[in-house]
Design a protein around this ligand. Structure first.
Ligand SMILES: Cc1cc2nc3c(=O)[nH]c(=O)nc-3n(C[C@H](O)[C@H](O)[C@H](O)COP(=O)(O)O)c2cc1C
Length: 191
């Protein structure tokens, strides 16, 4: 296979069929401008010919790091398939229209939660989050809840993929794809 996106789709389809939950969960690694890394799980919510999309609060720790360093790495680990996929690349913002579309598809409480949560900032006690949510519910009795300006998505634009498949005796198979001016180059790595 010479197109890593097609390879990803094939493995993702198998993961979707086989994983017990969250086949779209991926570790997102970001970095400060000084090179201090951090990682957390987010959900893959879109994939097109350009890249991989997730949604979050842009004022979170990851949002701060992405504001100062536009590079990220993604990692999928599908335990039941004994596979991992690593993706690295630049990050761009999704458009407001794209974010609006996805936000509108979310459950009402999730949409209110995006307003209620000051993601990654100190929360004195859980009851405060519940109070904020209750106040928002009263403020927005209908389903017309605008998207918070600080809640949106990012697209990771891959320049490198690695597909890792478990093999007997730790002689695993590793296939890499790197992008140059002409397209994708592929090769193998020692396990
Ligand atoms: C299975 C799973 C899915 C998650 N999905 C998301 C997500 O799509 N977006 C998000 O902002 N946080 C998601 N989280 C929470 C993040 O891991 C993290 O706690 C949060 O985004 C704050 O990270 P930060 O402080 O590094 O910005 C998820 C956590 C888990 C375990």
């Amino acid at each position: 296979m010479t197109d890593p996106f097609l390879q990803f789709d094939a493995w993702f389809a198998e993961a979707t069929a086989g994983e017990i939950n969250d086949p779209n969960a991926m570790t997102l690694a970001t970095c400060t401008k000084d090179g201090v890394p951090s990682a957390r799980i987010v959900l893959l919510k879109g994939r097109d010919e350009r890249g991989f999309v997730f949604y979050t609060n842009k004022q979170s720790r990851k949002g701060d790091e992405l504001a100062e360093n536009r590079q990220a790495a993604l990692l999928f680990h599908w335990k039941s398939l004994q596979r991992q996929v690593r993706i690295e690349g630049d990050v761009e913002d999704v458009t407001d229209e794209e974010a609006d579309r996805y936000y509108a598809s979310r459950a009402r409480i999730s949409r209110l939660g995006a307003w209620a949560s000051q993601q990654s900032r100190p929360l004195p006690e859980r009851a405060e989050l519940e109070r904020r949510l209750a106040a928002l519910e009263a403020e927005h009795p209908t389903d017309a809840i605008p998207r918070p300006p600080h809640w949106s998505g990012y697209r990771v634009l891959p320049r490198r993929f690695e597909f890792w498949q478990d093999m007997p005796y730790r002689l695993h198979d590793r296939t890499i794809f790197t992008r140059d001016a002409h397209g994708w180059e592929t090769g193998k790595l020692y396990p």
